[in-house]
Design a protein around this ligand. Sequence first.
Ligand SMILES: [Zn+2]
Length: 443
Amino acid sequence: MKRTFPLLLLFALLGGCKPPVARVSPPTPDMRAPAPPDALAPVIAPPVEATVSVLELGPPGSERPAYKRPPVIDFHAHLSLDGQERIQRIMRENGIELMVNLSGGSFRHGPEQWLQAKILADALGGRVVNFMNPDWTGYGDPTWAKREADRLDEAVNRYEFRGLKIAKILGLGAIDEATGQLVKVDDARLNPLWQKCSELGIPVTIHVADPRAFWWPLNPHNERWDELKVHPGWAYGQVPPELAVQLPVRPKPPSWAELLEAAERMYRANPRTVFVAVHFGNAAEDLDYVDGLLSRNDNVYIDLAARVGEFGRHPAAKLLAFFTKWQDRIVFGTDIGIGSDFLMLGSNGAVEPQLPEVRPFYEAHYRFLETGQKQIAHPSPIQGNWKVDAIDLPAGILQKIYRDNALHLLDRQRLKTFAARQLPETKPRPIGVPDENQPKPPQ
Ligand SMILES: [Zn+2]
């Protein structure tokens, strides 16, 4: 049975993680000429001097006046292609050297979006790099993964894209048109696409599931009520009738744990591909689970985007120990969205933020990572009405999280070398026999 996936639901599922499509003028024909293969060129121009090199925050005595922050890479941004001026300004004012645009676009309407994304990156002197988004239409056709792998090859080799971004629509919205069912995160038919990433030496950033409270009944007792009442389409639990009427009909979503288990099966089945599990491994609520995820899978990194408020609820000492242990596998990211008339700061409420709110947003991240201040505001207060204790990371760890780890992920030769490493031998396990290495699902 063929089935068309409702467009409205697609938008609802992408909400909060994707700015509106940019309005751009058509390219001149000669701009379509193939770019020379430049696969292993350095990612960025020489580092800029950070404009926010000294933290000017907090009560006297609590800041780190001697600390010089390196130029920061924001590994999780959504950039509208018409937003060049604001992007430049925001980068300059917040000490951002490079932004990774996870909304580089799909091939759904041809290469136009990729071309515009490349024009933006070029106009900013390479201080933006783009990641491709797959086009889920036609999923169920046996050629789907090959089609998207070929497109990815073109995005990388012709338009200088540097990665693949998978939105939470995988597992929660993308439909197998052959069966009408949701595509599973660990669907083996996706493997050719993951394998193409390892061949190309690029990472996959992947958003699976959402905050755990999104599965709880939606009412004023839900800790994410302020946010979900504005975006009821993000709620997967029981939604009150007055909000439910706004929602399109959709398939029953898998549970939080089912999604995370499927994601880990997928990481394990593709050990040569490097994954950046966004939003703190997609499980910021469960530090022990994320610790296990990283322990069991040397091909998984995490980013911090839009989850300081969530992981910041863990005891600061425990979180500091986590960051210390995993200092080589964590990248800084914020989930900022920027367009000429659009802003998102991790998450938005009913009223869109304004430009003057951007600097406090970045400073809230910096304050959390660089100071030991207690009970401070987290960067996106709409995500929860509570305070967090900062973790005062040593300068060496900050250097890795702000910059070095991101550069490793964007170093194609390094990822190819990783892909070629010797893997431990794994014996197939008889069906039904428990595997002690099997991930323990978070509760
Ligand atoms: Zn995002």
